[in-house]
Design a protein around this ligand. Structure first.
Ligand code: DNO
Length: 351
């Protein structure tokens, strides 16, 4: 297991120096954020991140994300050119020593929450999701201000994009995903870069847009689209786990054994209603997920990929990017490392 931490680049208030001070931290998860989807990342920009990480004793060997242009998800005729650009980015990243690329295939919106600073009883704040609130919002009216999506859309641009998706149902999205994977995975094999798709968050369709990376049946289907170890998963416990039918530890045992998990996002959530949840501290007792069993499952399958603590609460008066402050994520990293060490030691004593 390789412990990692997300860094949003030079503008991130969480500096590489702070990240390097977290015990047991190895890798930095980052991206060239200045380049819009569908364009090639300059090699200088990739190498700049690498050099800065190395100056702090950290390794830049995993990227989150190389975004997939909407035309690829829509299956438009322009997709071939855009997929060529994607392949070029894979080649450049491979050359710079990147081993895993995390991405998603969610139409228009990435992760969605109804409140980014819900006040907890102890004074900390969390990201939360209330289905009724989200469904009452109209993205076309500019009602949404969300952390995980491209806010550069104009109202008209977003309207037009949502209209284009009218013809894309789940089956069409599967088809477009297969087309994309069939073109990129051979390049990944050549460059030794593994793709790790992020599950849809939350794992159900929203605003009439299809979402398919949601449950075990669909993960099975996804992995078969192109049956190569280079076509793998980011197992995000918080995204999948908000559906109580998804047993995330069992998924880690199953897909981990198959060698198809390259990245784990570990965080805890608390179910507070049907399709309603709060993000919590990482520790098992704080939420609805059994984090001990999740780490145990990773250990059992001999997980050698990357793990990062995922979203944290805002604690100790910290302000910053929702979900991506320093303190609670650092606590998460140390807790996850502690679980791993305890499980590892116990295993070694037994054998
Ligand atoms: C949220 C993140 C996601 C993830 C993308 C991957 O905090 O886990 O935004 O980076 O879905 O493309």
């Amino acid at each position: 297991m390789k412990m990692s931490f997300r860094w949003y680049g030079d503008n991130d208030p969480v500096t590489l120096e702070y990240i390097s001070q977290i015990p047991g931290m190895r890798s930095v998860v980052s991206a060239v954020y200045s380049v819009p989807p569908g364009e090639v990342w300059p090699e200088e920009a990739i190498n700049d991140i690498k050099t800065k990480c190395e100056a702090h004793g950290l390794v830049f060997d995993i990227v989150e994300s190389v975004p997939v242009h909407e035309d690829i998800k829509l299956g438009k005729p322009t997709r071939d050119k855009l997929i060529d650009v994607y392949c070029e980015n894979i080649r450049r990243l491979g050359k710079a020593g990147i081993k895993v690329i995390c991405y998603n295939f969610m139409p228009v919106f990435d992760w969605l929450r109804s409140d980014l600073s819900y006040k907890n009883e102890d004074g900390s704040t969390s990201l939360v999701y209330r289905d009724a609130t989200v469904l009452s919002l109209d993205p076309r009216k500019g009602d949404l201000s969300l952390p995980g999506w491209d806010s550069s859309y104009t109202k008209e641009g977003l309207d037009a994009l949502l209209n284009e998706y009218k013809d894309v149902d789940e089956e069409k999205l599967w088809e477009n995903m297969k087309y994309f994977l069939e073109k990129i995975i051979p390049v990944c094999e050549e460059c030794d870069v593994k793709m790790a798709i992020h599950p849809d968050d939350p794992p159900w369709g929203i605003f009439g847009l299809p979402r398919v990376i949601t449950n075990e049946e669909n993960l099975d289907r996804f992995l078969k689209l192109v049956d190569s170890p280079y076509n793998g998963l980011t197992l995000c416990t918080g995204s999948l786990g908000v559906n109580p039918d998804n047993d995330t530890a069992a998924m880690i045992r199953k897909y981990g054994k198959m060698g198809r998990i390259h990245f784990v996002h570990a965080r805890n959530i608390k179910h507070v209603g049907e399709r309603d949840f709060n993000e919590t501290a990482h520790k098992t007792e704080c939420g609805s997920l059994d984090m001990y069993d999740i780490v145990k499952a990773m250990h059992e399958v001999g997980f050698e990929g990357y793990l990062r603590p995922d979203h944290g609460r805002m604690i100790w008066g910290e302000e910053g990017r929702p979900g991506y402050g320093l303190y609670d994520r650092a606590l998460g990293a140390v807790y996850l490392n502690g679980l791993w060490e305890a499980i590892d030691r116990a295993e070694k004593l037994r054998s």
